[in-house]
Write a protein that binds this ligand. Sequence first.
Ligand code: GAP
Length: 514
Amino acid sequence: MSQQADDFKKLTAHAKEYGFIYQSSEIYDGLSAVYDYGPNGSELKNNIKEYWWKAMVQMHDNIVGIDAAIFMHPKTWKASGHVDAFNDPLVDNKDSKRRYRADQLIEDAIDKLTEKAEKEIEKAKKRFGGSFDEKLYRDTNPRVSGYLQRAADITHRMNAALGAGDMEALKALIEELEIADPETGSKNWTDVRQFNLMFFTQLGNIAGEEGKLYLRPETAQGIFVNFLNVQKTTRQRLPFGIAQIGKAFRNEIVARQFIFRMREFEQMEMQFFIKPGTQQEWFNYWKQYRLKWHLALGTPAGKLRYHEHENLAHYADAAVDIEFEFPFGFKELEGIHSRTDFDLTSHQKLSGKKMQYFDPEMNESYVPYVVETSIGCDRMFLALLSNALVEEVVGDDEGNTRDVLKLHPALAPVKCAVLPLKRNEEPLVKKAKDIFNQLKLSFPTQYDDTGSIGKLYRRQDAIGTPYCVTVDFESLDNDTVTLRERDSMAQERVPIDKVEEIVRKKVDMRQLFE
Ligand code: GAP
C-alpha cells in the first residue's frame, strides 16, 4: 500500500474511532456513499457551517440567507437544465457487470501517464544529484515529455468529448488507451451512455410523470426561484447575494474516497446577483475572497490551488475550482461559477413570471447575471481532517507518539476538557466538576475522569481539543489549575478564574476575520 493510501486508511479509521463519521446503516453492512456524523463530527460540521455563514452572510450587508425546501416543483429542474443535461457518461464491463464513469476511467489512465513521467524524473534526480535541472529534463527527455504530452492530449480530447456530449469519442479513448476493468482486468466494454444523476420520488396523490418529484441536486435553484421574493422583502439593490446551506442529492455511480463523493451531502452556496457586464469583475472578487476564507483557517497555501475549467457546465461562461491536496491528490473542493442569466431567464420562460430587477439608476428592468460560490460542507470536512491529522513523536513522559488533530481552535468540536488528576479523590472530582459546570456555559467543554491523565490528554489531542484543564491537589489549596495547550503541549499554572478568558480568546471565531 502506498504511503498516501495508508494515510487515507488511517484517516477513515480515526474518523470512526473518535466519533466523527460512521458508515450509514452499518449494522446492515452500510449504504454505499452515505455517511452519518457522530458527536464530534456533527460539532465540527456545525462549526464549518457557522464559519461559512458568518463570512458569507453576516460579514456582508448585501448578502442574506434563506432555507428553501428540498422538494421543488418538477419544472424547476427542467428549467435549470438538470433533467436534460445533468448526466454522467457511464460504461459497463460486460464480463464483470461493473459500472464505471467513463471520464474517471480515462482520468485514471491519464494519472498513470503522469506518474510514469514523475517516476522517470525521480530516478534522474537521484542519478544526477545537485546538478539536476528538472525543467530542462521535463522538456528534453523524450520519454518524459512523451508521457506528459500524451497525458495533455488525452485530457484535451476527453474534455472536448465531454463538452460535446460525444459518447462515441469517449468509448474510442477507452479502447485506444486499452483501459481494463480496475477490478478484473477485462477490456470487454459496452458503449458509453449518459445517465441522469437526480434521485426522484413520487408525490402522494399524483400518479405518473406529473407527480415525479426530484430530490434537489444543488441548493442553488431554491435561491433562483426566490430571487424576487428576497429582493423585494429585503429591499436589496444590485449587487446583492442570497446564501443557503442545505442537503443535496446525487445518484453518483462511482462513489469513492469516503466522504469526498457522496449520494447525500450538504452544500453551502451563495448566488451573487449583478449587473450584466460586470461578471468578470465579480468572478475575480469571489475567486480571491473564497481562497482567503480557506487560508484564514491555517490551511497551507501549497495545499490549495485554482483550476480553471476547460469544460464548462451548461449554465456557465467561466468557472474555476479551488482544489485541495487530499491524500489522493489535488481535487475540487469548491467551485466559483459565472452563471450568466441562464437560470433566471430559463425560469422566466418556463414559469411565465418575470424574473427581472428594476434598476433605479438606469431606470430600466433586466435579468441580472449571477456569480456563484459553491462548496460541499462534507468535502470541506474531509479537507480539514486530512490537513489536521498528524502523528507526532513526543519524547516526554506522555508516551512516545500521539495522533493529534490540529484543527483551527475556532472549529474544534470540543474547546476545553476538564480532567481531575485522580478520579477516586472526591474533593478533586468535585472541584473539577464545578469548573466544568462553569466553562460549559461559555463553550463546548468535556469532563473526563475515565483514565490516567496521559491517556486523557491523548484522547483530547485525537479530537483536536485546544486546551485541557488538569485539576490536582494544589488546585484545592490555591485555586489554580494546569492549562495544557494542544499543539505545543506546554503546561502553565493559571488561576481558575482566568481559564474561561484564555480559552475564549483562543477559540473565538472573530480571529478568523481579523
Ligand atoms: N450549484 C453548483 C454546483 O452544484 P458542483 O461543482 O456540482 O456545482 C459544488 O458542486 C460543490 O459541491 C463541489 O465543489 C463539492 O464541494 C460539492 N459536491 C458536489 N458533488 C458532491 C458529492 N457527490 N459529494 C460531496 N460533495 C459534493
